[in-house]
Design a protein around this ligand. Structure first.
Ligand code: SF4
Length: 634
């Protein structure tokens, strides 16, 4: 509201309010003030031009055209708004339905909308006008249905863009149903452009109505709107141009009022969630988060995991036969270059791979439950309470239109049956637990009022709303400065020790992983190529790719004026994987055997697995063996 008030003080806001109030005031008052004058027949003043007594002249019955133009405001505006309401409602329903309906039904709706959008709006309006019949009701329905496909397309596009945001993924992990995700997270974030479109559409509907009435298939006598007056005036354009000018100007002014008002409201809509009363009481201390340290079964068991996507040239398989387990309280880091499949592996474990992606595995279990075959309802509850996700970009991790506390509270409301107040109290406690200062106050703030580091801590706090057994952190510190990065990593470590939750840390930064994790999985071209204890990474790494990764990590002795080192060459495309080792083209040890047969991940010692025909045998990172180049720039 504060933002809206500020906007209303700008020249744009003032113009919008003045014009809209003028139009609305006329719509309400004009029939009362000028109604009698507008219908009074005066046979002595038939078809007169403008004069002091009749500013726009008179019509064929001697009625005052100025009064009639003012009185027509109510019907013109009312019908245009009604048509627009129908268009926006039907369009938004059609546009967002694919997000909640089964895939096939969603596709049918998308196809119908695509076909409808291909027709010009006026043609559709005329078509529907014929279908619904001549008259006011038919015209309202015709314009409403004719504008719906355009809104449906806008709503579809906007929904699709919002559906990919991290906070939607977080809500889905929290077990929030599709309809609720749509209402709580998608619609509020597409409201602004929809309102702008609706406002512009109201002006367009006004014009369309004028057009239909002008053609004689809109408002019928004895009723009249600006379109009918315009039509009558155009017949006398050479003898009394004011008769057409009056309703024409009225249409333009009303359209302008809608447009300016829409722009003002849209600018304020980013913060439109109603203010809630601050929570005055604090809840009883929360029960300590149950630890899963006694569990002997792995928290996450992944065997033969593959993720595939259809492409124009066949199936791409960016994750191929990945196998690992993650025990309670264990921290495992996954490292590799961009496109190595590390994030997709984590997303598959969180069940966040959407169609047309296909996830397959010999075994994919979380907390002993099969992720690929367990009932949907059971998994929603399990993942919602036991899996926490921390995303890379703290600016997209939360829904910008909802207060932080409410977003955390959603998990407790959804799965723990807490009421609004109790859930919010728990959210405040969790914010305090992740060391967000003044948590009661912060819970009522919006994400943009949090710093990047604080948002990441709040995200971890969201994971703690349940009883997390696994925390997946996908590049959680990439967007943060070094100091905040260290704080977030320490917090993750603290949470792991306090709750015995397992941590799967995805990072391109091998230094971060070695400092934070117990074990490191090195991924290349969709496969794990080496798995070994983090503490022994620099000493025991034997895969040429791992050695190359280690070699490009800058140390204290590195020349800061020189570009950062990179590994020469590029990983193969997932659609064009070689028959043998995927690293062969970049590896100086490659032999014919490497190029013809793909090495499998096999144990080579205690806690050490390796996929290489010719492991490097000397110790430590070797910058010469790895053929390091310095192509990058700092
Ligand atoms: S299998 Fe051959 S090409 Fe692949 S990493 Fe090992 S030595 Fe290099």
């Amino acid at each position: 509201m504060r933002r809206l008030r500020a906007l209303l003080r700008t020249p744009l806001g003032v113009c919008a309010v003045v014009l809209l109030l003028l139009v609305l005031a006329l719509a309400v008052a004009a029939p009362l003030v000028w109604g009698a004058q507008a219908t009074a027949v005066d046979t002595d003043a038939i078809q007169q031009g403008p004069s002091g007594a009749h500013l726009l002249g008179t019509d064929a019955l001697g009625r005052d055209l100025f009064a009639r133009t003012l009185v027509a405001t109510r019907l013109s505006i009312g019908l245009a708004l009604l048509a627009m309401l129908i268009g926006v409602t039907v369009g938004t329903l059609l546009g967002t339905a694919p997000a909640v309906l089964p895939r096939r039904a969603g596709r049918v709706i998308v196809a119908v909308v695509n076909i409808a959008v291909a027709f010009p709006g006026l043609l559709l309006a005329l078509f529907f006008a014929v279908v619904f019949g001549v008259g006011t009701t038919g015209a309202v329905l015709a314009i409403g249905f004719a504008t719906a496909p355009g809104f449906a397309r806008v709503a579809q596009t906007l929904s699709a863009s919002v559906a990919g945001r991290d906070y939607v993924a977080a809500a889905r992990i929290a077990g929030v149903g599709r309809l609720r995700v749509l209402v709580r997270h998608v619609l509020p974030n597409i409201a602004e452009p929809l309102v702008v479109n609706a406002t512009i559409g109201a002006g367009a509907a006004l014009l369309s109505f004028a057009g239909l009435s002008f053609l004689g298939i809109g408002v019928q006598a004895p009723s009249y709107d600006w379109g009918r007056l315009l039509g009558d005036g155009l017949n006398r354009i050479y003898t009394n141009p004011a008769a057409a000018l009056g309703p024409g100007v009225a249409v333009v002014v009303a359209g302008l009022a809608f447009n300016l008002c829409g722009e003002t409201i849209a600018a304020a809509l980013g913060h439109r969630t109603p203010l809630r009363r601050l929570l005055s009481r604090t809840s009883a201390p929360a029960a300590p988060v149950p630890a899963g340290a006694d569990d002997t079964d792995p928290v996450l068991r992944v065997e033969g995991l593959s993720v595939r996507f259809p492409t124009a040239v066949g199936w791409a398989e960016p994750v191929r036969g990945v196998t690992f387990t993650l025990g309670a309280g264990e921290a495992v880091g996954v490292v590799g270059e961009s496109g190595s499949g590390k994030s997709l592996t984590a997303l598959a474990a969180a069940r966040l791979i959407e169609r047309p992606g296909v996830v397959a595995a010999d075994r994919l279990e979380f907390a002993g439950r099969p992720l690929l075959s367990a009932p949907e309802r059971e998994l929603r509850t399990l993942l919602g309470t036991s899996l926490a996700m921390v995303f890379q970009d703290p600016t997209t991790s939360f829904n910008p239109t909802r207060r932080i506390g409410r977003q955390l509270a959603e998990v407790a409301q959804e799965h723990q049956g807490l009421g609004r107040r109790g859930a919010l109290a728990r959210a405040v406690e969790r914010l305090a637990q992740v060391r967000v200062p003044a948590p009661a106050k912060r819970a009522h703030q919006y994400p943009h009022e949090f710093s990047g580091g604080m948002r990441q801590r709040a995200m971890i706090g969201m994971g703690l709303m349940g009883t997390p057994r696994l925390i997946i952190a996908d590049e959680p510190t990439t967007a943060l400065d070094v100091t905040v990065q260290r704080q977030v990593l320490r917090l993750l470590d603290q949470v792991r020790r306090d709750t015995a939750a397992a941590v799967l840390l995805i990072s391109h930064d091998i230094a971060v992983v070695t400092q934070t994790c117990d074990r490191v999985l090195v991924m290349y071209a969709g496969r794990i190529v080496e798995d070994l204890p983090a503490a022994e990474l620099t000493e025991r790494a034997r895969h040429p790719y791992t050695r190359a990764l280690l070699a490009v990590v800058p140390d204290l002795a590195a020349d800061r004026d020189r570009p950062l080192g990179v590994i020469a060459g590029r990983p193969p495309e997932p659609t064009a994987l070689p028959a043998g080792c995927a690293f062969a083209q970049r590896c100086r040890y490659a032999t014919d055997e490497c190029r013809s047969a793909d090495p499998q991940l096999t144990p080579v010692g205690d806690d050490h697995r390796l996929a290489c025909w010719h492991p490097v045998t000397d110790s430590g990172a070797d910058t010469t063996d790895a053929r390091i180049s310095v192509e990058g720039s700092r």
